[in-house]
Design a protein around this ligand. Structure first.
Ligand code: NAD
Length: 262
């Protein structure tokens, strides 16, 4: 199911304040879409909202934590009342977690699953019923990862959450096959964003030097979030239901071999 013309279409992007979500918001805005931004980073959201409004596209920003079921339900009520039904929902918000399983305490598991998996589940649960009722074509894009397809070193919780997003999305595709709502799974790999920048998302056993080497690797080898956004727009226009983007197969293979000491 394709949406060839995005002009005036309503697109909600979670995790829109940085990286892939930010690049996607700008790309949808350039297509003339009304862009609804959701993130927990209010300052970055507001700066993006102003940037998009500055180029003449309609844009609204909402500070909401996708892991909070009630906050997501309230967001849906507010958007349905003020903007109407979404044409495109991009469940993109996510966090990374770096550290070998046996070196990490288990505190991060719940947070990674709450944001990466339950954030996607909440988005789907709150917005899809109205999308089905309104008729189509409408699209739901769930951001999984290359980590859902290939094993990634030192990312057990992250990989588990992304395998879960992938599996959930595949089931949802089947359950919605007779509706006008298509579910698409986006699997990026090694994209140059700040996803592994925060110390709170890295095990204490990982040294600053190792983090520096990994970040340099992302900067040198990762593809740009803008490239992911371009693929996303193309997939929306072509109606593809699986998007693999980034030189991830080769890079993940190399990542296992380079000496990042993880
Ligand atoms: P990023 O850190 O640049 O952006 C993530 C955004 O999500 C941030 O703006 C952050 O504030 C927001 N966010 C975090 N927790 C949130 C919450 N609870 N509620 C709402 N917003 C929240 O990272 P990115 O690389 O752009 O990641 C975007 C998506 O792409 C994530 O789902 C990530 O797992 C996935 N991904 C990234 C890569 C990569 O190499 N960068 C690879 C595969 C998949």
């Amino acid at each position: 199911m394709a949406i060839a013309d995005l002009n005036h279409k309503k697109v909600l992007i979670t995790g829109a304040a940085s990286g892939i979500g930010r690049a996607a918001a700008l790309a949808f805005a350039r297509q003339g879409a009304t862009v609804l931004l959701c993130d927990i980073d209010t300052a970055a959201l507001e700066s993006l909202r102003q940037q998009i409004a500055g180029v003449g596209s309609e844009c609204f920003a909402y500070t909401v934590d996708v892991s909070n079921a009630r906050a997501m339900a309230e967001l849906a009520t507010r958007i349905h009342a003020t903007q109407g039904t979404l044409d495109v929902l991009v469940n993109n918000a996510g966090i990374g977690y770096l550290g070998r399983f046996l070196d990490s305490d288990l505190g991060h598991w719940q947070r990674v699953l709450d944001i990466n998996l339950m954030g996607v589940v909440h988005g789907c649960h709150c917005f899809i019923p109205a999308m089905i009722e309104a008729g189509g074509p409408r699209l739901v894009i769930n951001v999984a990862s290359a980590a859902a397809l290939f094993p990634s070193p030192s990312m057990a919780a992250y990989a588990a959450s992304k395998h879960a997003v992938y599996g959930f999305s595949e089931v949802l595709k089947m359950e919605l096959h007779d509706t006008q709502v298509q579910v698409t799974t986006l699997c990026p790999g090694v994209i140059n964003t700040p996803i592994v920048a925060s110390r709170s998302n890295i095990a204490a056993s990982v040294s600053d030097e190792q983090i520096g080497r990994l970040q340099s690797y992302y900067q040198a080898k990762g593809c740009s979030p803008e490239l992911v956004a371009e693929s996303l727009i193309r997939a929306v226009k072509d109606g593809r239901d699986l998007i693999l983007v980034g030189p991830f197969a080769r890079l993940i293979f190399q990542l296992k071999r380079v000496s990042i000491g993880l």
